[in-house]
Design a protein around this ligand. Structure first.
Ligand code: PAZ
Length: 327
C-alpha cells in the first residue's frame, strides 16, 4: 500500500480531494466524546502562564500501528498496512519520561506503552488458576505484569496519557484532524510524531460493496483511489505552529533517503525519520533541512531500544524550535 510514484508525491493536495474524503467517510462514532476528552486533556496539561521553555506545556501526538482499508461496508475483508505499533508504544514511554503529555492514537490490538516486555499472549502465559475462585500471576512474570499495569494506569489516571484507538483509514484521519484542531492552541509546544503506517489507497465509501464480496463470479478487480495527502493539511492548516515529524519506511535502501528528503520538502516537515523494514529496530536516520543524523540502538545494553536515543534527539531539536517563539 505504500507504492506511490514520484510524480504523484510531488503533486499538491487539492483541498476539494480532502473535503470529499471527509464528506464521504462514514460518520466517526464517539466524535463528541473524543472532542470532550481532548479538550479536558489539553486544559489539564497546558496553562497559559506556563513558560514555553519548561516541559510543563509540552504535548506530543504519537500515531501508531497500521490503518486498514475496508473492502465492504459490513466489513469482512480489508487491506492492511504493516506496523506492529512497537515504535509508537515505546516512544510514548520515552516522551512521558521526558515530561511530555501524550495523545496516543493507536491501531486497536497493536502494541501498548509499558507492555513490550510481556509475552505474546499475556493472559494465557502469565496467569494460572490457583483454585476455583482465584487467578494468580506466575512468579516468572510477576514484576513485568505489575509494572505494565501500574505504569500504564498511572499515566492514564494522572491525565498525561490519552489513548485513542482507530482501525480504518477513515477513523484514523478523522481522529487525527480532531486532535490537531484541539492542539492548535498549544502552538510550538506540540509535536506530531507520525509513526503510524497509513494507507495510500482506499475504496471510497460510496463505491464500496455493502455486503461480503462473493467469490462465485471469479477473480476480483478492485479499483483503489489515492488517499489525499493529509500531511500538508496537518502542517499548513490544522496545526501550523506545531513541530511536525513524519516517518518514511522503505524496503529498498537505495531510495530511502531520496524519499525522506522528498517528504521533508513537499510537506515542509521539520523532521523526517527514515527507516528500512528489516533494520528498523536497530537504526533510523533523522533527516532535517540542516542535518542527517544516524541514530542507533545501544547494542551494548540489554533491552536497549532505538526509540530511547531517538526521542532524546527529538526533544533536543524541539527545545531549539520552541526557543524561537519564547522571546
Ligand atoms: O510499528 P513498528 O514498530 O512495527 O514499525 C514502525 C514503522 C516502520 C511502521 C514506522 O517507523 C514507520 O516508518 N512508519 C511510517 C510508515 C510509512 O512510510 O508509511
Amino acid at each position: 500500500m505504500d507504492a506511490i510514484d514520484d510524480a504523484n508525491q510531488l503533486r499538491e493536495t487539492p483541498k476539494n480531494e480532502v473535503m470529499s474524503f471527509f464528506e464521504s467517510a462514514p460518520l466517526l462514532k464517539d466524535a463528541a466524546e473524543i472532542e470532550k476528552s481532548l479538550k479536558e486533556f489539553v486544559d489539564r496539561n497546558t496553562s497559559s502562564s506556563g513558560n514555553l521553555s519548561g516541559k510543563a506545556n509540552r504535548v506530543v501526538c504519537i500515531t501508531s500501528g497500521g490503518t486498514t482499508v475496508p473492502l465492504e461496508k459490513q466489513c469482512v475483508r480489508y487491506i492492511d498496512n504493516f506496523s506492529s505499533g512497537h515504535r509508537g508504544a515505546a516512544s510514548t514511554e520515552y516522551f512521558l519520561n521526558a515530561g511530555y503529555s501524550v495523545v496516543f492514537l493507536y491501531r486497536r490490538g497493536s502494541c501498548q506503552p509499558f507492555c513490550s516486555s510481556l509475552p505474546d499472549d499475556p493472559l494465557l502465559e502469565c496467569f494460572s488458576v490457583a483454585d476455583d475462585s482465584s487467578i494468580e500471576v506466575d512468579a516468572l512474570h510477576a514484576e513485568t505484569v505489575k509494572s505494565a499495569i501500574t505504569e500504564n494506569r498511572a499515566a492514564v489516571a494522572e491525565g498525561i496519557l490519552l489513548k485513542l484507538p482507530f482501525t480504518t483509514i477513515f477513523e484514523y484521519l478523522q481522529i487525527l484532524q480532531l486532535i490537531s484542531v484541539s492542539l492548535r492552541d498549544v502552538g510550538p509546544s506540540a509535536i506530531f510524531f507520525l509513526a503510524a503506517a497509513v494507507s495510500d489507497f482506499y475504496v471510497p465509501w460510496e463505491s464500496m460493496a455493502l455486503h461480503k464480496i462473493q467469490s462465485a463470479s471469479g477473480p476480483l478487480d478492485i479499483r483503489l483511489t489515492q488517499v489525499p495527502k493529509m500531511l500538508s493539511m496537518l502542517r499548513n492548516e490544522w496545526a501550523p505552529m506545531a513541530f511536525h515529524i513524519s516517518f518514511k519506511l522503505e524496503t529498498d535502501t537505495d531510495i530511502l533517503l531520496a524519499k525522506a528528503n522528498m517528504a521533508l520538502k513537499q510537506y515542509k516537515m521539520h523532521m523526517v525519520i527514515a527507516n528500512e523494514l528489516s533494520t528498523r529496530k536497530e537504526v533510523v536516520i533523522v533527516v532535517t533541512e540542516q542535518e542527517k543524523v544516524t541514530v542507533r540502538r545501544d547494542c551494548t545494553r540489554a533491552g536497549a531500544e532505538v526509540e530511547s536515543p531517538l526521542v532524546e534527539l527529538v526533544v533536543d531539536r524541539h527545545s531549539t524550535y520552541i526557543k524561537k517563539f519564547d522571546a
